[in-house]
Design a protein around this ligand. Structure first.
Ligand SMILES: *[C@@H]1O[C@H](CO)[C@@H](O)[C@H](O)[C@H]1NC(C)=O
Ligand SMILES: *[C@@H]1O[C@H](CO)[C@@H](O)[C@H](O)[C@H]1NC(C)=O
Ligand SMILES: [Cu+2]
Length: 801
């Protein structure tokens, strides 16, 4: 066992050690977050002038005493859960400031979404409101065989029981200790057990090679990040990281050094914690001692990286530079809401035009929607992010084995603050999220974790102009104004923007954009097939971004079918229409409906030769013409998983094999991934492929679609300093398909119609009627400027800890 205990105040240590920040994985800034207590949410900001405020809807962030079924756990519920668990002797929890790897401690507490059947009883049949429960992940370093346990704790508000969650064999619980998601204890282990050896043996080499030091380094420091190495590589369930070193300069991923160390941090025993390999100047060594010998004897060529000159012109910093534009100091355009907000919020339920839905921010899996309805009719029971993955390639081992599956990084906690007028429009409403997680004793609330805004997209939703007399003169058009619920998850280097977008015609859009810093390698000719040299010592490695979403479709209830419209070429005899011998057969397109009976049959891999529409319907609900009233899922932003199935780290993300899969809803198959997926490729904890492999019947069942978006990214110089979003929007849509009798946006008062007035028979100009359907376009009002920046100046903890 570990003899010494070390406090969780890593931050102090790092200051002494001169290593600015340890970064993990997708370069996860976990754990260094030392937050003493939750801040009070600031005042709600609603930017509009009272004179504009005619029909303001109500915006209420207060969580009711008895929270609605989908609401995140409240501060009080989180606190009560923690207090209850603390008092349970079987859990053996230690105080947060005494946590070491061999302790029992709580990794996360969050809502365990209630059983769907109970929720539907409650919502649709006036059934009793289901009890609220917490899902709690506990690291049990204290047990003879350390492991991870997932508990169901409750009922709220005052928990009285805790049981291991029974996944009925569909996924593991408890979970091998080596699979635990990334936490502060990893930093502590590297810090206490690995760094002394590096200081001891390699400090001279680091100073000579990189013009910077690991400790006592002043303004020239070397920092590091640690990337998990998933278990398929060694074929054993062990916990290993590649530590990559870089110059401690904004931003570190663009200043990599050709120096990496593979460490084993398995279990809780100090004798396990060791350096297994060392990489220096494109060569592998079995130990630091071997590197030192080779370095001294001239068997490895010495590297000479110069420490970058840090100023605002440094290529890797984000500062205004270049020839400033616009030439004059003219502000950006902005939008106004001339008659007040047209949406309301209450109990984490949002209403907008015909739409209503609940949102929540899962600590471990990010933004989720529940009970999405249009005109009171549920379309989807759930639409939620499941996983973010990025698989990198490279010659050097750290890039080669960086296959990052981000929910190991508590992605829901990574939207720390959205900034008005940069992350979201100035008129947005900012929504809080509260978490209790690794490193915190009390719940932490991030006031601006999400934002909600109505957006004038500038695109017409529909229009037609009939300008000639014989068609009948008229014009009508309507802008595609939407409601956007946004969050931005900063997973170390990358920033992922997630939007749930609601259109006026019954369409839901889900969109992902990536920005932020790339993860890169020190340039070497060996890396050329994996990227371009984009700066002096820098090469941007090719990688594949992948995102998985759960879309629990409920079209007129839970008895649904999945059908595709398969488009093909029709060869029609053409003798009647042409006498030319080579036109006796005419080719055109046709389609046929294919009902998919089982899960394997339904698993969708895009094929250009066989275009398809993907439709969900309830067989009992037809239009007057007898056509199935359906919703269509359309995916814009697909990519193919090129890695072979079942090899390497691919088994951790089996959902990426399909652009969409359809499964029968099961309460034990509520997520496609798990927080363990970054490690578990050798033996996945929650294997999505198993959802399909039992090949259940999916006809007239409750169906769930699992949608994967993706894009390959070969970085280029314009990814410096950070990746821009244009060209990288990945989306999928839920589109009504024979669902309404006509476009429901016909009921929008925001359309504009122009037609001739009754012809008075007089010569001269045609008299016109311009119909704005009662909208007053003469009232003028100006939104109040945001007070956000004042609040920020008064409370800098809002943005940096
Ligand atoms: C795509 O569809 C065509 C036509 O059915 C088929 O011949 C081909 O094998 C398919 N490709 C893949 C990769 O499945
Ligand atoms: C439109 O607003 C202006 C200014 O508030 C007001 O004077 C006018 O009567 C309004 N028109 C209608 C049709 O409501
Ligand atoms: Cu990228």
């Amino acid at each position: 066992m570990l003899e010494e205990s070390y406090p969780r105040r890593w931050r102090g240590y790092w200051k002494e050690g001169c290593i600015a920040l340890g970064l993990f994985a997708a370069i996860l800034l976990v754990a260094l977050i030392v937050v003493s207590s939750a801040r009070n949410p600031g005042p709600v900001e609603i930017h509009s002038d009272s004179t504009c405020d005619t029909y303001h809807e109500s915006i209420d962030f207060n969580v009711p005493e008895d929270p609605p079924v989908f609401a995140d756990l409240t501060k009080q519920e989180l606190q009560n859960t923690r207090a209850y668990l603390k008092s349970q002797s079987d859990l053996n929890l230690v105080d947060i400031n005494k946590v070491i790897v061999s302790s029992s401690y709580i990794y996360s507490i969050e809502l365990l979404p209630p059983t769907k059947s109970l929720v539907l009883q409650h919502l649709d049949n006036a059934g009793r409101k289901p009890q609220r429960w917490a899902k709690v992940i506990v690291f049990r370093g204290d047990l003879p065989t350390p492991l991870i346990q997932e508990y169901r704790v409750g009922p709220m508000p005052k928990p009285s029981t805790h049981d291991l969650i029974d996944y009925k064999g569909s996924r593991k619980n408890p979970i091998p200790f080596a699979y635990r998601p990334l936490s502060g204890t990893d930093i502590a282990l590297i810090n206490i057990h690995i760094f002394p050896e590096i200081f001891d043996k390699a400090e001279d080499i680091i100073v000579e090679s990189f013009g910077a030091k690991l400790r006592d380094c002043g303004s020239k420091c070397v920092t590091y990040s640690a990337g998990p190495v998933s278990t398929s590589l060694s074929g054993e369930v062990v916990r290993k990281f590649w530590i990559r070193f870089s110059h401690a300069v904004n931003f570190m991923t663009l200043h990599p050094l050709d120096f990496q160390i593979l460490v084993n941090l398995d279990g809780v025993h100090r004798e396990n914690f060791r350096i297994e390999k060392v990489w220096y100047n494109q060569k592998v060594f079995n130990s630091l001692g071997d590197l030192v010998d080779a370095y001294r004897s001239g068997k490895v060529e010495k590297l000479h990286f110069t420490f970058p000159k840090v100023d605002k012109n440094l290529f890797s910093t984000l500062n205004l530079r270049g020839d400033p534009f616009p030439k004059k100091q003219q502000r950006r355009p902005f939008q106004v809401e001339p008659d007040g907000k047209r949406y309301s919020i209450s109990g984490q339920r949002i209403k907008y035009m015909g739409w209503s839905f609940n949102y929540r921010m899962s600590t471990n899996s990010g933004p989720m929607l529940f009970d999405v309805r249009y005109k009171h009719q549920r379309i989807a029971y759930e639409i939620s992010l499941q996983e973010i993955a990025v698989f990198y390639s490279g010659y050097g081992p750290a890039s080669r084995f960086s296959d990052i599956v981000d929910s190991a990084s508590m992605i829901g906690t990574l939207s720390k603050i959205l900034i008005p007028e940069a992350d979201c429009p100035g008129h947005a409403t900012f929504l809080p999220a509260t978490h209790l997680f690794d490193g915190s004793d009390a719940p932490i609330t991030y006031d601006n974790a999400l934002c909600l805004f109505e957006l004038e997209t500038g695109n017409p939703l529909r229009r037609h102009h009939s300008f000639s007399g014989y068609e009948g003169h008229f014009y009508e058009g309507l802008m595609d104004d939407v409601l956007v619920l946004r969050t931005v998850l900063t997973v170390g280097n990358y920033d992922y923007i997630f939007d749930y977008i609601f259109h006026q015609n019954g369409v839901v859009e889900v969109k992902v954009m990536a920005t932020g810093y790339i993860l890169a390698s020190a340039y070497s000719p060996n890396e050329r097939q994996f990227g371009f040299q984009i700066h002096k010592n820098l090469l941007g490695n090719i990688h594949h971004h992948m995102f998985n979403f759960k879309v629990d479709m409920d079209i007129f209830g839970t008895s649904n079918r999945f059908e595709t419209l398969d488009i093909s070429v029709d060869e029609t005899p053409n003798g009647d229409w042409s006498s030319l011998p080579d036109v006796t057969v005419y080719n055109q397109l046709k389609f046929k409906r294919t009902l998919h009976h089982t899960e394997i049959q339904a698993a969708y891999k895009f094929n250009f030769s066989t275009p398809k529409y993907l439709l969900f319907h309830n067989e009992k609900r037809k239009t007057k013409q007898g056509v199935s009233r359906a919703y269509r899922i359309a995916i814009n932003g697909m990519s193919k998983q090129l890695l072979p199935e079942g090899k390497g780290h691919e088994p951790s993300i089996p959902w990426s094999r399909y652009q969409m899969a359809v499964t029968k809803f099961r309460q034990t198959e509520v997520q496609s991934s798990s927080v363990y997926a970054i490690w578990d490729s050798y033996d996945p904890v929650n294997n999505f492929q198993n959802f399909l492999d039992d090949d259940e019947n999916i006809v007239d069942e409750d169906l769930v679609a699992w949608v994967t978006l993706g894009v390959h990214h070969i970085p280029h110089t314009e990814d410096l300093p950070v990746t821009p979003t244009p060209g990288g929007h990945l989306q999928f849509f839920l589109l009504p398909y024979n669902y309404f009798d006509e476009d429901p946006s016909m009921a929008s008062r925001n359309a504009i119609r122009i037609q001739p007035a009754e012809d008075d028979g007089k010569p001269g100009k045609l008299p016109l009627v311009i119909n704005r359907y009662g909208m007053n376009s003469t009232r003028k009002c100006v939104p109040k400027p945001t007070s956000f920046y004042e609040r920020l100046l008064n409370d800098p903890d809002m943005i940096f800890n």
